[in-house]
Design a binder for this molecule. Structure first.
Ligand code: GLC
Ligand code: CA
Length: 555
């Protein structure tokens, strides 16, 4: 069966609904808020919205703990509001992608409530249950991503259940065909509602190694990915749902490597359309450190170039890249790897140029298009379960990192950096809500907000708008080959795209220093600027801090 590939020409915008726009003034963003902002998104030029989970949920992990897959949580609105949003988006030719969280559910989900009751009811085998050791030890040493063991004892069933994330997020048992059927049914339901695709939460974790081998580091966050039946399960889902219903899919794939990602996204294999890799997001992490993702170093730009180029090359003709620097789990790139003070506009647009110049589908995360920054809150002001759990694990229990160093790392990379309310204007609560928001607004909203950016001479929004328009107009961005230039240069990210006779050069200085890279243009006589974040006379002048541009080489 033929599948449509609209997503290859698309730019996708991620909405984190809790923090996007509150319309009924309860301090929480809602579906009506997304609908209200459709014209804004249309102006930006995006083609589809991926909405983080809005299903009924106790919100232990901000909706990534689903209690009922068929109900919109009242905090976000009603099922009718979702119908309205889908219709309104479609009327403006914007597609809707929902978040598919099916590695685990909430412990409040009726399936789990039934499952924990006994070993012989229709839901008994919906989750990963295991007996305790003779002294009630956990079945093995797997750790939860949010700190502590990945197993929790259940009194009523007298067994342990597995959870890769919070104890309120029990992992589903995909070995059970009934689990898979139940999930496919749910997918059919949302397709009937009109949605166009899925972003699949930790989809590479759905198959578990049933030997449950111990991990090297006890109780560290080293979840098992890419289990023995992963490809089989994903292929089945593709054949049962994605292909027959013609739905787009992008899977979160934390352990996928450039060398093996094609196994998930090669169209011939009929699994997924795209995956989100993690590799390029780890270039500021000290490898193998006991403090895991909180052990930071300066971003290694050479590594960034190598990793991204590897993905470009490896998926060419056997897959399709999902391009991103930002999402609800990632800190703001302008604060993390750029300079959110002196070079706010320049560094935001430099990273955007590098990303949107590549082959694949670019993803823009809410607020990225105006260069929203990481706030520097006090520890007590953060709310994310991962941050809190990891604080307990690393600072309090294990004592391998001091509170101060942990907080420094939080300011750089914690997930909450991306979750502050969207900054619409410089009025109360940044125009997000009349009421106190569920999570503190970044105090820089008086300086950084949509209203101000749109009228600024250095508008990050306008720059994104232009990049997105180029994506729609220029075949070379979609189909052109990719070649990395100056691979060893520690600060300049430059590459060439080529389609037939047409040649483009994408160039960015990802540092605060000036660099002379005239050698890049030795063979260039005639050219035109496609886009640039600073006015410049000639292409050969040295690149100023975070300066970036794309040129078309005419001769
Ligand atoms: C994914 C989500 C993240 C969530 C986790 C558990 O990584 O993006 O926000 O906490 O899965 O669902
Ligand atoms: Ca609300």
């Amino acid at each position: 069966m033929m599948r449509s590939t609209w997503w290859k020409d698309a730019v996708i915008y991620q909405v984190y609904p809790k923090s996007f726009k509150d319309t009924n003034n309860d301090g929480i963003g809602d579906l009506k808020g997304i609908q209200e902002k459709l014209p804004y998104l249309k102006e930006l030029g995006i083609d589809a919205i991926w909405i983080s989970p809005v299903y009924l949920s106790p919100q232990i992990d901000n909706g990534y703990d689903i209690a009922d897959y068929y109900q919109i949580d009242p905090m976000f609105g009603s099922n009718e509001d979702m119908d309205d949003l889908i219709a309104a988006a479609h009327a403006q030719e914007i597609k809707i992608i929902m978040d598919f969280v099916a590695n685990h559910t909430s412990d409040q989900c009726v399936w789990f409530q039934e499952s924990r009751k006994s070993k012989d009811n229709p839901y008994s085998d919906f989750y990963m249950w295991k007996d305790a050791g003779p002294n009630r030890e956990v079945p093995n040493n797997w750790g939860s991503s949010f700190g502590g063991p990945a197993w929790t004892w259940d009194e009523s069933r007298q067994q342990y259940y597995l959870h890769y994330y919070a104890k309120e997020q029990p992992d589903l048992n995909w070995e059970n065909p009934k689990v898979r059927e139940t999930i496919y049914e749910m997918m059919h339901y949302w397709k009937k509602k009109g949605i166009d695709g899925w972003r699949m939460d930790v989809i590479t974790s759905i198959s578990k190694d049933l030997d449950f081998p111990d991990n090297e580091i006890p109780f560290a966050k080293n979840n098992q990915h890419n289990g023995p039946r992963m490809h089989e399960f994903i292929h089945e889902m593709n054949q049962r749902v994605l292909t027959p219903l013609d739905m787009m899919s992008v899977g979160e794939a934390p352990a996928a490597k450039a060398s093996n990602a094609h196994l998930l996204v090669d169209p011939k294999r009929e699994e997924l359309d795209m995956v989100f890799t993690f590799e390029h997001m780890h270039i500021d992490r000290k490898k193998g450190d006991v403090n895991g993702r909180w052990a930071l170093q300066a971003p290694d730009i050479v590594a960034l170039k190598n990793i991204m180029s590897e993905w470009q090359e490896n998926l060419r003709d056997r897959g399709w890249n999902a391009l991103y620097f930002a999402n609800h789990d990632r800190a703001r790139i302008v604060s993390r790897w750029g300079n959110d003070r002196e070079y706010h506009y320049e560094s935001a647009t430099a990273y955007a140029t590098i990303l949107h110049g590549q082959q694949g589908t670019p993803y823009v995360y809410q607020g990225e298009e105006i260069g929203m920054t990481n706030p520097k809150f006090e520890l007590e002001e953060y709310v994310d379960i991962e941050l809190r759990g990891n604080y307990e694990h690393f600072v309090e229990d294990q004592q391998t990192i001091s509170k101060k160093d942990f907080l420094d790392a939080v300011h750089k990379v914690s997930r909450d950096n991306a979750r502050t309310p969207m900054q619409w204007n410089n009025k109360k609560n940044a125009g997000f809500s009349e009421a106190d928001p569920w999570f503190k607004v970044n105090p820089d909203y008086t300086e950084i907000n949509v209203e101000k950016d749109l009228t600024s001479e250095k508008s990050i929004f306008r720059y994104y708008q232009k990049l997105i328009a180029l994506r729609h107009q220029e075949e070379i961005l979609k189909e052109g080959t990719y070649r990395l230039l100056l691979p060893e240069h520690p600060a300049i990210f430059a590459y060439e795209r080529q389609l037939d006779e047409q040649k483009w050069l994408v160039v960015a200085n990802l540092s605060e220093y000036t660099h002379d890279v005239a050698e890049l243009f030795d063979d260039v006589q005639v050219y035109r600027f496609v886009i640039q974040n600073k006015e410049r006379e000639t292409v050969t002048d040295a690149l100023r801090p975070y300066e970036s541009f794309i040129i078309q080489v005419v001769e």
